[in-house]
Design a protein around this ligand. Structure first.
Ligand code: FDA
Length: 404
């Protein structure tokens, strides 16, 4: 192949971030090709948000992301904002709605977002090569990148690592971006499943199984260490008991901050003073039994289980306040010990990834490897549930696309 044939960029991965980077660069005048081993682009977009794609969150900001460098995401998020992406969605006449304030979904189907990105790529004359297994990625002595697949060899002055994280291998997730980054000398922050249901040992599973299917609103407390200081975050949202442990949005959020050996603290009555609630119920309805009292605050099956283990028999009016206060302590700060998670098979995202210390936050280009860019979930920037991960894909993809 002649050097003159070298493209401006080859983008590895036709997912959210890769297509955004390709469309932006192509429309900016670059000659761009996208490679993906899947037969269709954006497969994760298609299954996201229950098929309606929660494509952004209007309040998305650096505080809603986990990263070894909490400041890294600032620049890209500020330069391509949720409002910018919404503008694009509107331009393509995709109907949308907010499910909770700021959390935006398609009215009809996630396939409209994929269709929009494909059209944007077409407008930039991007060559999309699907069903291509990437075999080798190297850089020649003169700095040109060579990407070899089972069907073609492409040369480019830049490549963009956009193959996402390790979550959902059955959808084609691989560690390709991490591997290529490592080979070019970039560091990897240890990846782990995130936004994932948590599992428990046999003793906890025994009583949790009896509650499988029960859901309730909780506050899941997480501690975020930041240097010597730290901050506490409480995710107030739903929790679901499953046969294996705990799931639901509050648990998924907490899972991103959880690591093996750590406990999980749950507030079963978020926003309420548990001790006061119990004492007031005792006063108002003294003849009621413990389980009935708890059932006025919690799902019935959980109320019965807690009463059986933590309250004496008989009417609540005869229970000492100290017993109620002890139970209130448990309700407001229930410490559980997960033993693991349901892993990449069930994780919505992967935390960790390509260390941001080696990347420019303005352009996503590797500081020491000119022409090597990394975007989206492959990078050590992981969003909360609620549209933040796609916003990072759009913002980081756009930043790289502008810089190519
Ligand atoms: P993405 O995974 O989108 O794309 C990577 C691409 O690279 C894929 O097309 C893949 O086929 C390709 N690839 C991988 N390995 C390759 C290889 N070796 N060779 C060639 N190609 C390769 N986020 C959000 O904000 N709102 C939501 O509603 C949801 N919902 C949701 C539901 C479910 C079930 C999951 C699993 C995830 C979500 N997410 C989400 C997360 C969101 O999907 C995710 O963060 C983005 O898709 C990441 O975009 P990327 O482009 O980085 O990777």
């Amino acid at each position: 192949m002649n050097r003159a044939d070298a493209l401006d960029a080859v983008i590895l991965g036709a997912g959210a971030a890769g297509m955004m980077a390709a469309a932006t660069a192509g429309q900016g005048g670059c000659r761009v090709a996208v490679l993906d081993h899947a037969a269709q682009p954006g497969r994760k977009i298609l299954i996201s948000g229950g098929g309606r794609c929660n494509f952004t969150h209007l309040d998305s900001g650096p505080g809603m992301f986990l990263s070894a460098n909490p400041h890294f995401a600032k620049s890209a998020l500020a330069r391509y904002t949720p409002a910018d992406f919404l503008e694009l969605v509107k331009r393509h006449r995709i109907a949308w709605h907010a499910k909770t304030p700021g959390q935006l979904f398609c009215d009809r189907s996630a396939s409209e977002i994929v269709g929009m990105l494909v059209r944007e790529c077409q407008q930039g004359n991007v060559a999309m090569h699907l069903s291509n297994r990437i075999i080798a990625v190297r850089r020649d002595a003169d700095g040109i990148f060579v990407v070899e697949t089972d069907r073609m060899v492409l040369q480019a002055r830049a490549i963009v690592l956009a193959t996402g994280g390790l979550s959902i291998p059955k959808l084609g997730a691989t560690g390709l971006s991490h591997d290529v980054a490592r080979r070019f000398g970039l560091k990897i922050v240890e990846p782990a499943p995130a936004l994932v249901p948590l599992t428990f040992g046999p003793r906890d599973r025994e009583w949790m199984t009896g509650l499988a299917g029960v859901s309730m609103e909780i506050g899941a407390k997480c501690h975020v260490s930041q240097g010597r200081r730290g901050r506490d975050i409480v995710f107030r949202d739903g929790m679901l008991f499953t046969h294996r442990g705990l799931s639901g949005p509050a648990i998924l959020q907490a899972s991103s901050y959880w690591s093996p050996g750590a406990s999980l603290d749950i507030d079963c009555l978020p926003g309420r003073d548990a001790a006061r609630c119990l004492r007031e119920l005792k006063k108002a309805r003294p003849r009621m039994g413990g389980a009935a009292m708890l059932a006025s605050l919690l799902p019935q099956r959980l109320a019965h289980l807690l009463a059986a283990h933590h309250l004496p028999d008989g009417p609540v009016g005869e229970m000492p306040d100290s017993v109620l206060d002890a139970l209130a302590g448990l309700l407001s700060s229930w410490r559980l010990m997960p033993t693991g998670s349901e892993g990449y098979a069930k994780a919505e995202v992967t935390r960790g990834g390509i260390d941001t210390a080696g990347l420019s936050s303005q352009t996503m280009e590797a500081r020491d490897v000119p022409g090597l860019f990394a975007v989206g979930e492959a990078v050590d920037v992981t969003g909360w549930l609620g549209g933040h991960n796609f916003q990072w894909a759009w913002s980081s993809g756009h930043a790289a696309g502008r810089a190519l």
